[in-house]
Design a protein around this ligand. Structure first.
Ligand code: HEM
Length: 427
């Protein structure tokens, strides 16, 4: 262990992780972790924390030593997100069952299959923008970002458009039911039951007479002769709403926040060149990603930087900290959509790139690498460029903003501003 790691002044009080200050601005603690405690044993919460870029990257890719599942996926008990979503891929760890489910559906969110849905993403973006364009101002979180991804997904699934608002309500109840206490839990379960009753006959029908919609594609998709069971389809649809809706809406809000408040000088660059929305997305996913932490359990004793993490230990992979590691990126605390040391193009599941530039860690890496990475990137870039094309002179309505914050990191740590007002002139 190096001298720096032993410095008493660098001790961290683990209760800091529960404070609003940390939820708002975790970056000084991340720096302290990376510099002095690259493997930090948080005795208060009984977990280990990994924070340097290459260590997080290595742990994501090391399936022999780290597993996402805490319990036996085929055990007789309900756990994790199953109570809300039903059986779903998030809870199968690194098992063969995870690979089976992933292989059946992963191809639906990339390449030509994704391209088929692009015109619809344009149309929905315009419809959402139409609702506020005459007002000269918009509250981006509620009127723009949170309206888009859920409508896009329900359209991709081929659900009737007249039911879209009901779907938005179910979605909001499901997300709240995941981690915000008793009352929300009961409302979440009710929404889940209603949604399942709604979707059951559609699954039966589309398995028999599949169309081109995503629900049909999921029902009939096969890998080595295996399809998803109806319960697995329902679980996957529910997961899609959260994994694909909640995250992407926060990504869109975060992009606008950083352009308006962190780098207003670069907002004009994006307005002038719509191709830069993809750079903005990538730099947001590095600088202050929607998801800052992922959880793993060790399957064996691991020695790293002279410290030992025991077998069966809970581990947090702080990808938000890895993304600010000066060992991987120059001037990491600067938000810069023109940076030349970050791979700006399509994300890569292996995490490393042939052109020598490092990728961001915001979609994870390896076996559990985000299935919707291409969809999230394209959807965010399309929606934002549509909005930018229809307005002039966008600017913050209020000079001051309280900033982006996470909920408690134990509830997943999705980061976004509470609200974000923008004023604009009409084009
Ligand atoms: C900006 C938006 C998004 C962010 C920040 C995000 C983030 C992530 C992260 C960090 C993981 C890795 C989990 C782990 O390693 O344990 C993940 C997995 C996953 N994501 Fe996303 N995601 C986004 C959008 C989407 C979309 C649009 C979809 C669906 C269309 C999606 C579906 C999934 C699924 C199904 C998994 C689990 C994959 C597996 O375990 O094999 N995500 N996402």
């Amino acid at each position: 262990m190096s001298e720096a790691i032993k410095t008493p002044a660098a001790e961290i009080d683990p209760r800091v992780f529960d404070t609003p200050e940390f939820q708002k601005d975790p970056f000084p603690i991340y720096q302290q972790l990376r510099d002095h405690h690259p493997i930090y044993h948080d005795r208060f919460h009984n977990r280990w924390i990994i924070s340097r870029y290459w260590d997080v990257d290595g742990a994501f890719q090391d399936n022999e030593s780290y597993d996402r599942a805490v319990y036996k996926p085929d055990g007789p008990y309900e756990f994790g997100s199953r109570h809300i979503f039903g059986p779903n891929i998030l809870e199968y760890g690194n098992s063969g069952e995870h690979r089976r489910l992933r292989n059946i559906v992963a191809g639906q969110f990339v390449g030509q299959k994704l391209q088929d849905f692009i015109p619809m993403i344009h149309q929905i973006s315009d419809e959402v923008i139409d609702k506020f364009i005459d007002d000269g101002e918009v509250e981006i979180v509620r009127q723009f970002a949170s309206q888009l991804p859920i409508r896009v997904i329900s359209n991709m699934l081929g659900l009737p458009r007249e039911d879209e608002d009901t779907f938005v309500e179910w979605y909001q109840a499901l997300i709240a039911g995941l981690g915000f206490g008793g009352e929300h839990l009961m409302a979440g379960l009710e929404a889940r039951n209603e949604m399942w009753n709604y979707i059951d006959p559609l699954i039966t029908e589309r398995s028999k007479n599949p169309g081109e919609d995503l629900l049909s594609r999921i029902c009939v998709a096969e890998m080595d002769g295996s399809r998803m069971s109806p319960d697995e389809v329902k679980g996957f649809v529910a997961l899609l709403l959260a994994a694909g809706g909640d995250t992407t809406e926060k990504a869109i809000a975060n992009m606008w926040y950083h352009l308006m408040y962190t780098r207003p000088d670069q907002l004009q660059d994006v307005i002038d060149n719509e191709d830069l929305w993809e750079n903005t997305f990538t730099e947001m996913m590095r600088y202050d990603p929607v998801v800052h932490a992922q959880f793993r359990h060790t399957t064996r004793e691991i020695e790293i930087h002279g410290d030992v993490i025991p077998e069966r230990a809970g581990v947090i992979l702080y990808l938000g900290a890895g993304n600010r590691d000066e060992r991987a990126f120059k001037d990491p605390d600067t938000f810069n959509i023109h940076r030349d040391d970050l791979h700006m193009g399509k994300e890569n599941r292996s995490g490393r790139y042939k052109d020598g530039k490092n990728g961001h860690l915001g979609f994870g890496i390896g076996q559990h690498f985000c299935m919707g990475y291409a969809m999230a990137r394209q959807e965010s870039a399309i929606a934002c460029s549509k909005l930018a094309a229809r307005i002039k002179n966008p600017r913050p309505k209020f000079a001051e903003h309280e900033g982006i914050s996470s909920p408690s990191i134990d509830s997943g740590g999705f980061r976004t501003p509470d609200e974000l007002w923008m004023t604009f002139d009409k084009n």
